[in-house]
Design a protein around this ligand. Structure first.
Ligand SMILES: [Zn+2]
Length: 635
């Protein structure tokens, strides 16, 4: 089974931004998933290096275009490395082999009289390197970029694209999955309702020399788009593994701005060449930044390096795939990213792993307990059923096949939510029944082993790290998806290896524009009354060690604690049951307000209050960063 997927080749003059990263991460997610499913994958990306803009930029830097391109490609290669992109090849349109194939294709079309020379007059946009008709230009400006166009009259070569218009319409209609999403397909069909012109595929050398010379007329170079599109085919002839036949591609992934060139120019060229068309062209949406279009002039250019350095590669990959349905436009904001990190990654996934491992460490000497199917409960079978078995594999496969990454991830996070709920609410924590506790812990650990496989295509480092911490000495990608998600893969007695925290919480920094956050911090403003040191001294804050913890029956939020404060053991009720499992609290050193008037909560007496901070979704108790004795005064 083979699978060939491409990103566009990126224009070498650009510095890669979040949009480039988006397409490439998406292609990587699909590639990793397909490999895990046993496919032999050919994942191609690369750079587009010919054309006027490269020529101009090179001249400005006092370099040859080739030297300029050489110096720019590392911007892409380095970013792909940092983003863990697993591309199999990197094509450059200045590769000798690519150039040879472009020339062969042009010669063939010319010999078959599908390319013809004719005199042409029209309006030309220099930066876009393309002609527009009288009707298309808008007030003397390019309808695409808005810059002034020049009137040009010259002899040029044309690919007779118009001859394939009806054939293309028919093909798109008969193959409903050729162009996706559906809205984009309809846009292309709408575009094809108007008569399709022929495509000018040459540029006179006197105007532009940096391009592939036409094989049948050395006075011209090839239009940069035609040269670029051929990369998808040329790469199969000299960069693909095994020397097998890799054309047609299974999937071209691209941004919606270049859909016409792919669905119309490229498709009709392939028709003219009697070559099969790619199986699927998928155009995704654009990212705005804080609600605005990203551009250098606006100064809101999102440099992926900055975010990867700050939050880690997997957090960025996760955010891109989770935040917005693939195909629609989305908005990139640091606030949204941090929110995802704290809620989905730190709170849900990170917490599930750390609490599972810490309880195994505490109660099972760090060894995976056996699965004892004595009193199986509903939650357990639900988790098992959702994660493993052919139905789950099929459901996940269909989401991935349709590029519904956000659904695939919310499917997984729904299970993670159930597992956290199961951890917090299952009876064994209270009952201390050895068999049931073992069974619960096994379910959580084994569930995490399978979760790691599902998230691996999206977050390869995190998936592997979960396996490492569970004590599995294998690489996820050396397994087969269907087999490895079968329940029971985790061997009892495996020694766990608690390691780094998967996703430390990040500060959800307050920004001027974020009014909600401002309101929350209003307590810090000077308007609030200040207190004297004497008033503060009235508080008797003590170090306490939690000796015992149990949930309060019928309460969602409350946990009853026994806290050692040196002189005595206090009973305290704390509203932290949604954030902690009683067992993981034992042994923690906390800060107790020890001279607080006692109160009754759900009928249980509480003598004191422990300090904590956080949001509605997660409360975090204050602890000490080094060991202190119970009873010590906090000042
Ligand atoms: Zn233009």
């Amino acid at each position: 089974m083979k699978f060939y997927i491409t990103t566009p080749i990126y224009y070498v003059n650009d510095i890669p931004h979040i949009g480039h990263a988006y397409t490439t991460v998406a292609a990587d997610v699909i590639s990793r998933y397909k490999r895990l499913c046993g496919y032999q994958v050919f994942f191609l990306t690369g750079t587009d290096e010919h054309g006027q803009k490269v020529d101009k930029a090179a001249k400005e830097r006092g370099k040859t275009p080739r030297e300029h391109a050489d110096s720019m490609i590392d911007n892409f290669k380095n970013l792909w490395k940092k983003l863990n992109i697993s591309n199999d090849a990197f094509i450059r349109t200045t590769d000798e082999r690519h150039i040879k194939i472009v020339r062969e294709i042009l010669q063939k079309l010319f010999d078959e009289e599908k390319i013809k020379s004719r005199s042409y007059s029209g309006w030309y946009c220099v930066p876009d390197e393309r002609f527009w008709t009288e009707k298309e230009i808008m007030g003397g400006n390019c309808p695409d970029c808005g810059r002034p166009v020049e009137h040009i009259e010259e002899e040029n070569y044309f690919f007779e694209m118009s001859k394939y218009q009806q054939q293309l319409i028919k093909y798109i209609e008969e193959n409903p999955n050729y162009i996706l999403p559906e809205t984009r397909k309809n846009e292309v069909l709408g575009f094809l309702e108007k008569p399709l012109g022929d495509l000018c595929i040459s540029r006179p050398k006197e105007r532009l020399s940096w391009g592939i010379p036409l094989p049948f007329d050395e006075n011209y170079v090839t239009y940069v788009w035609l040269d670029a599109l051929v990369n998808y085919y040329s790469a199969t002839k000299y960069l693909a593994p095994n020397g097998e036949e890799w054309w047609p591609a299974d999937q071209h992934l691209l941004g919606k701005d270049i859909l016409t060139t792919h669905s119309v120019y490229w498709s009709t060229m392939l028709m003219a060449l009697d070559m099969p068309l790619p199986k699927k062209i998928y155009a995704h949406g654009w990212w705005t930044v804080n609600g605005e279009k990203m551009s250098k002039s606006r100064g809101n250019f999102v440099d992926p390096h900055e975010f990867i350095n700050k939050y880690g590669v997997d957090a960025v990959r996760y955010f891109l795939m989770r935040e917005v349905p693939f195909g629609l436009d989305g908005d990139f904001s640091a606030i949204a990213l941090r929110r995802r990190i704290n809620s989905d990654l730190a709170n849900d996934l990170g917490n599930l792993l750390s609490r599972t491992l810490n309880i195994i460490k505490k109660y099972r000497e760090g060894k995976i307990p056996p699965e004892i199917d004595s009193k199986d409960n509903e939650m357990k079978s639900e988790i098992k059923g959702l994660l493993s078995g052919p139905t789950s594999a099929r459901a996940f496969d269909s989401l991935m096949g349709n590029l519904q990454f956000h659904y695939a991830l919310s499917f997984i996070w729904n299970i993670i939510g159930k597992m956290n709920y199961y951890a917090q609410n299952s009876a064994p924590w209270r009952e201390k029944d050895k068999d049931i506790l073992s069974n619960t812990l096994y379910t959580l650990a084994e569930g995490l082993r399978i979760i790691a496989v599902y998230i691996y295509p999206f977050m390869p480092e995190t998936g592997q790290e979960i396996w490492n911490q569970l004590g599995i000495n294998e690489k996820i990608d050396e397994n087969k998806f269907k087999e490895v998600i079968e329940w029971g893969g985790l061997k009892p007695d495996t020694n766990i290896k608690i390691g780094r925290q998967l996703f430390p919480r990040v500060e959800e920094k307050i920004e001027i524009s974020d009014k909600g956050a401002m309101a929350e911090s209003a307590g810090l403003s000077e308007e609030k009354q200040l207190i004297s040191i004497e008033e503060f001294a009235k508080l008797d804050l003590r170090v306490g060690e939690i000796k015992h913890a149990e949930r309060i029956e019928k309460s969602k939020k409350l946990i009853k604690l026994k806290v050692d404060i040196g002189t005595e053991e206090r009973q305290v009720v704390a509203g932290i049951a949604e954030s902690y499992i009683p067992e993981e609290l034992i042994g923690k050193k906390i800060i107790l307000v020890s001279n607080l008037k006692s109160a009754k909560l759900m009928g249980v007496e509480s003598k004191g209050m422990i300090l904590a901070a956080g949001t509605n979704e997660r409360t975090v108790i204050a602890t000490f960063e080094a060991d202190v004795k119970p009873g010590a005064k906090v000042k």
